[in-house]
Design a protein around this ligand. Structure first.
Ligand code: GLV
Ligand code: MN
Ligand code: MN
Length: 417
């Protein structure tokens, strides 16, 4: 009786094929949530799943599920996956690795003699990145009941297209897919991902047992002033929104960004209106992404940040929209131990580490025992077109995922693989 084994070549080929969906000239990926490029990725994974006898389904939030049925319909399913959307200059591994590894684990299971007791489901969450539609992790937040569908559907992209419209288009393209209910009960959730940081590579480890995810807060800040003629309006009479932004940004970089060595502070998006060379800027809209592993420090910095935005605004006006407020969380200790045991059995070097990046697993953790498996990425680089993971690490992470899934979904699989 053969124990299921990851086919590393097939997994690598699937990553390369998925990288063609939204491929950029510089070897990266631009695959925005609910876009034609993401639809193309859906078609690929649905095709591979169906070829192996798995079933595909979706839900109201545009999450994709690929199911390998278990023998006991009463047993709660085990869910594993990540996301298929990317940053505009994203890489070939962030998110898509977790989906491809999950599907490969299911294919390996389907081809083996092992019959899972519960359904094992691979998931691709809708809009993890928050690049086209902010905030991110919409699919997992909808699944977890953290955001309502009404809130999510009202969000618009830079072209004015709403999530409701983009979701309706996706539902039309994949009209044949049956719909699951949001938030169906789960036995466990596992997510494989590249680390997106330097720790595993520096410590020469291949598997990371993720202890939790550092806290994150994001906002959209709007500064409103008054437009005017760049040649005639006296400096003293201006309500220049970009000048207000400059004052605010300088204080924020100094005080918030310089608070300690653990803080991460980013202004990643800036929109100036009317954005004309000879018109005093009337409006500036910018994003803030603030992260810290220590929740009280994150809270303190968040309050200070909002105070700075208000103090430095006059003579303009400020409006603040909070998008994400997610404290540091902890993943399930037993699942971490099972991942560690799986890595040990395969003699793959591993360590425990905190995730500096955000993941959908954050929203699964309150619902069911949840954990993450990291593999290294070259130079710790991610959210960049030259993001890279070694094929041997890609296979190792998927094998550890599969071995851990086996302990969760079968009675017969315990013991040495
Ligand atoms: C997720 O992509 C993050 O920005 O941490
Ligand atoms: Mn990701
Ligand atoms: Mn990402």
């Amino acid at each position: 009786m053969g124990m299921p084994r990851i086919d590393g070549d097939r997994l690598w080929a699937s990553l390369l094929a998925l990288a063609e969906c939204g491929a950029t000239a510089k070897g990266g990926v631009n695959r925005q949530a609910l876009s034609a490029e993401e639809h193309a990725a859906w078609r690929l994974v649905i095709g591979w799943a169906r070829d192996a006898g798995l079933t595909a389904s979706t839900d109201a939030a545009g999450n994709l599920f690929l199911t390998l049925p278990g023998s006991d319909p009463q047993a709660l399913p085990v869910l594993t996956g990540s996301h298929l959307d990317s940053q505009p200059t994203g890489g070939r591994f962030d998110g898509v690795y977790g989906v491809a590894a999950a599907l490969e684990a299911l294919l390996a299971l389907a081809e083996s003699d092992v019959r899972p007791v519960c359904d094992v489901i691979a998931v691709a969450w809708m809009n993890e990145e928050g690049s086209r539609f902010a905030p991110g992790m919409m699919g997992s937040q909808a699944f977890a009941g953290v955001m309502s569908m009404a809130e999510i559907e009202a969000v618009r992209d830079a072209q004015g297209i709403s999530v409701a419209e983009a979701l309706a288009e996706q539902m039309a393209v994949f009209a044949e897919l049956p719909r699951r209910s949001l938030g169906f009960p789960l036995a466990a959730y596992l997510e494989a991902h590249i680390e997106q940081g330097p720790v595993l590579e520096a410590r020469e480890k291949v598997i990371g047992m993720v202890t939790g995810i550092q806290g994150k807060k994001t906002w959209e800040i709007t500064l409103s002033g008054m437009e005017g003629h760049a040649g005639t309006l006296a400096m003293a009479d201006r309500e220049d929104a970009l000048a207000a932004f400059s004052r605010i940004a300088q204080r924020l970089y100094e005080e918030i960004g310089g608070h300690d060595t653990m803080v991460k502070f980013t202004i990643g998006r800036l929109r100036v209106e009317p954005n004309a060379p000879s018109v005093v800027p009337a409006k500036v809209v910018f994003s803030i992404d603030l992260r810290h592993p220590d929740n009280p420090v994150l809270e303190h910095l968040g309050q200070r940040l909002l105070a700075i935005c208000t103090e430095q605004t006059a003579p303009c006006r400020v409006a603040v929209k909070a998008l994400v407020d997610a404290p540091s969380n902890l993943f399930d200790a037993d699942l971490q131990a099972q991942i560690e045991a799986s890595a040990k059995r395969r003699e793959i070097p591993s360590l425990h580490l905190l995730s500096a990046a955000g993941h959908d697993a954050r929203y699964m953790a309150p619902l069911c025992p949840s954990a993450m498996i990291f593999i290294p990425c070259k130079g710790g680089v991610s959210h960049a077109e030259h993001e890279w993971a070694e094929p041997t690490h890609v296979t190792a992470g998927a094998q550890v995922l599969l071995d851990t899934l086996l302990t969760l979904c079968t009675d017969t699989s315990r013991g040495e693989p």
